[in-house]
Design a protein around this ligand. Sequence first.
Ligand code: HEC
Ligand code: HEC
Length: 330
Amino acid sequence: MSLPFTRCRETVRGAGLPRVLGGCCALGAAVLAGALAGSSSFAVHAQQSRTAKDGVYAGGQATRGQAIYKGKCASCHGETLEGLQGPALAGDGFLGVWGNQPLSDLVGKVQHTMPRSEPGTITRQQATDVVAYLLQAGKFPAGTAELSGDEAALKQIMLPGPQAPASRPPAATAQTMAFPPAGNLAEVMRGILFPSANVIFDAQVVDPGAPRKKSSSSASDSLSVRFADVYPGWQLVDYAAVALAESAPLMLTPGRRCENGKPVPVGRADWIKLTQDLADAGKAAYKASQSRNQDAVIEVSNQVSESCLNCHRAFRDGRGGGAARCVPRE
Ligand code: HEC
Ligand code: HEC
């Protein structure tokens, strides 16, 4: 199995998307990221001179930001920043996520990814003004000078953490080692469960054991097309089934939020049961795939889709739209 490894280098050089494959690049990137994170956090602490408590924005700027907020953000984050389909943008929950980080992170998040429905439509200046408004709404005092959108300047200003910091989880041991979430629940769904389930559903229509047409992928194809036939048909189904079963514990990662900022209800018995059903469906799919029998996979794909649907009915698709997601209907 040397193919994915040799292609790794090409991936990094050619498309700058090293996350597409596991193997060498993922490992290298993780090690590198760890080293960078370590060193940059030292640098930040050494240079940190101000926090958002020190009057880092001007009142007039916050007023401009408020107008932008009302026009472009309130529909998803609420008139009073309380959160609707998007998370709350004030209070301890918000500071728990964005606190103890430089304001450059928050301004960048807004500038590059918001408004979620049309990212890239607000300028750096507007993003900075909205953040000034968020500071004002969060009861941080105004000063005389405006908050500058300059990246280096914003890196020097920390947003304080929440008043009552969430109680720390007990120190991790090898047994209980905790990996904090890297994304919200919808991102885990779209990144892992959705593509994996589709491989299994696809096996209902296209026999994984049938010989493949010789693919004529070229360098201009997307990476998923170019690497689609590294692993032969039945193996793909195996791996998708494993991905589903192994993704179940990710439904229970403490501290993960849903897209609307609500915590994933990891402690609820019904949620845990639905998670267990997902794990069981993934294992059953693996068994069916190992039988290399398309009929067995067709049969098990019902169990897979039921495991998705049952949880979505209870925790995703209720009345009330995005704001009600992850909030159980009693
Ligand atoms: C169409 C709905 C929508 C609009 C409009 C929108 N957002 Fe969001 N926002 C979201 C969702 C959903 C998330 C959570 C997913 C994510 O982080 O991308 C989010 C996340 C955020 C976050 C991170 C919050 C956290 O707790 O992680 C910030 C900050 C934010 N939005 C600011 C803004 C600002 C400022 C605007 C207006 C310029 C805006 N949003 C407009 C839907 C929206
Ligand atoms: C234990 C509960 C649970 C299970 C099991 C589950 N989901 Fe989800 N899913 C959710 C919730 C809750 C959301 C909304 C997440 C959010 O808003 O952050 C969601 C969202 C999604 C989304 C994103 C929808 C969007 O708005 O773009 C996709 C795709 C998805 N799920 C696919 C699947 C598939 C495929 C399966 C089965 C293999 C599955 N899910 C199993 C609870 C579940």
